[in-house]
Each structure stands twice: as C-alpha cells, then as structure tokens.
Design a protein around this ligand. Structure first.
Ligand SMILES: [Zn+2]
Length: 278
C-alpha cells in the first residue's frame, strides 16, 4: 500500500507574551526566557530554509508588535501565520463579547499587517473553545483549529452543542465547518523542555528521550496506519536550544527518508481534508 503522510511543523511563537500575559509575571529572568524566543525563531527559520520545509507559525499580536523584524522574516519566507491571541489570552466566558471580539480582531490585524493575509489557522493559547468563540472564528473566515485531538493522526470537524450526561451516553452535537488538526501534548515540546523552578517535581528531558517518543509516534503512523497527518508543536524558546535543534534536525532527516511523506503548511492539510469530504 502506498503511503501518504503529511508532516506539519508548527511553532507557537509566544516569546514574552506567555510570561507577562497569562502568568502575569514581571520577572526579568522569565521575560528573558521569552526574549530567547526571538533567537530560537531565527535558528528555526534557518533550519527550515536549509531543508526547504514550509512551517506554520502561531504568533500572538504581542510578539508581532515586539519583534516585527523576525516576524517579517517568517512571512517573507512564505510560512503560514496563524492566530494565537494578542497577549496569549484564553477565550473566556467571563470576558464580555466586546472584549473577546476586540482581542480577536486586533490580533488578526497584526497578522495582516505583517503578512498581507488574514489568518485561516487558529490555536488556542489556553482555555476552551466555547460556542461564542467558535462562531466568531467562523464569522472571521477561519478554516481550522489546532487545539485538541479527538484523533491523533486524522483531521476531524469541530462540534457545537454537545450535551453532557453522566447517567447515560454522551450526546454529540452538530459538526461545523471548522476543521480540527490534531494538537496533543505528546507531540509538543513544552512539557519536556520547559523548566518551572517553582514546580519542583519536573525535570528537563533529554532531547534523545523526546526523539524516541516523537520518532516512534511517526513510525506508528507511517508503518501501521500508512496515511494521516503528523503535527508537531514547538516553541522557539524551548526547541531553539542547540541540543534540541540538533534533535529536530535528526527527526526531519528520519522522516525525509520515508517515501510518501510530505512536509506541508497546516492550511493546506485542512483544505485537502475538506476537499476529500465534499
Ligand atoms: Zn502559546
């Protein structure tokens, strides 16, 4: 059976926003971690250029406004740029609709300014995609979301109106025209590589451990399923360190050795899925 695997390398370029927004910190060492994101982003861009790979970058408006030069380099290289909040805000039913719309539209405007295009991809910077939020995404022409994974290697459609029962089966709502491309922590660099001193329990993982997990996930998809989409989620401030960049390059080389594997922007994978359904 011929193989058909799409690989999407996605980068959540949170930079400083993730520290000063949801975490509310003003700590210079933590802000400096975010600053390192700019260094990492340049390294990633060079790697993608060397391997001729299209990437998908989810960039908060705050990062675009703080680091316009590297964001211009991302856009100029032809990479897709998707929505990731202004200052990494999670949609919240506690906020009023006017504020939520303001965050969404302000962030879209940042992406339009840097790339000349409206984003079609969306990744939540935390929180839950409620009905109001999903309807706003549809209204603004989004094609896909990548914040959850009902299937690890297949796109699905977003649902609205699920009814939760605890004394009977789950009642599934109706599908809406927003494709879900898998996002799962197992294929995300943050839990392996982000050290939280205050947490105490966590230790940094060796890039070799992470290579073993990610390569085995890919191998299972390739060998056992034969077709599907493999979405990696990385953060320039995590993956941008030397040992991890070398691991990523090794993984790219591993995947490239397989016939029927294509590196694609996520928007293209969503379009292809939609075309197959109609
Ligand atoms: Zn993020």
């Amino acid at each position: 059976m011929s193989k058909n695997v799409s690989v999407c390398l996605s980068f959540d370029f949170d930079a400083i926003s993730v520290w000063v927004g949801p975490r509310g910190t003003r700590s210079p060492p933590l802000i400096a971690r975010g600053e390192f994101g700019e260094v990492g982003a340049h390294r990633i861009l060079t790697l993608l250029e060397e391997h001729q790979i299209p990437g998908t970058w989810f960039i908060p408006g705050h990062t675009i406004d703080t680091y316009p030069e590297v964001c211009k380099r991302i856009a100029a290289a032809g990479h897709e740029i998707g929505y990731h909040g202004y200052c990494h805000e999670a949609p919240s039913s506690k906020r009023d609709e006017y504020d939520e719309r303001d965050i969404l539209e302000r962030s879209i405007a940042c992406i339009e300014r840097i790339s000349g295009k409206s984003p079609v991809g969306h990744r939540l910077p935390g929180g839950n995609p409620g009905t109001r939020w999903v309807n706003m995404l549809l209204e603004h022409g989004f094609s896909y979301d990548s914040s959850m994974a009902p299937h690890d290697f297949e796109p699905t459609y977003m649902r609205l109106g699920d009814v939760v029962h605890t004394d009977g089966p789950h009642e599934f709502g109706r599908e809406v025209d927003l494709v879900i491309l898998p996002f799962d922590w197992i294929l995300d660099d943050w839990p392996y590589f982000n050290y939280e001193p205050a947490g105490g329990r966590q230790r940094l993982r060796s890039p070799n451990d992470v290579y073993d997990i990610w390569a085995a996930e890919f191998d299972y998809l390739y060998q056992k399923l034969g077709s599907g989409v493999f979405v990696l989620t990385m953060h320039p401030q995590c993956i941008g360190k030397g040992s991890r960049m070398l691991m990523l390059e090794r993984l790219i080389a591993h995947m490239k050795r397989h016939d029927g594997v294509r590196f694609q922007a996520m928007a293209d994978v969503a379009d292809a899925f939609r075309a197959r359904q109609s």
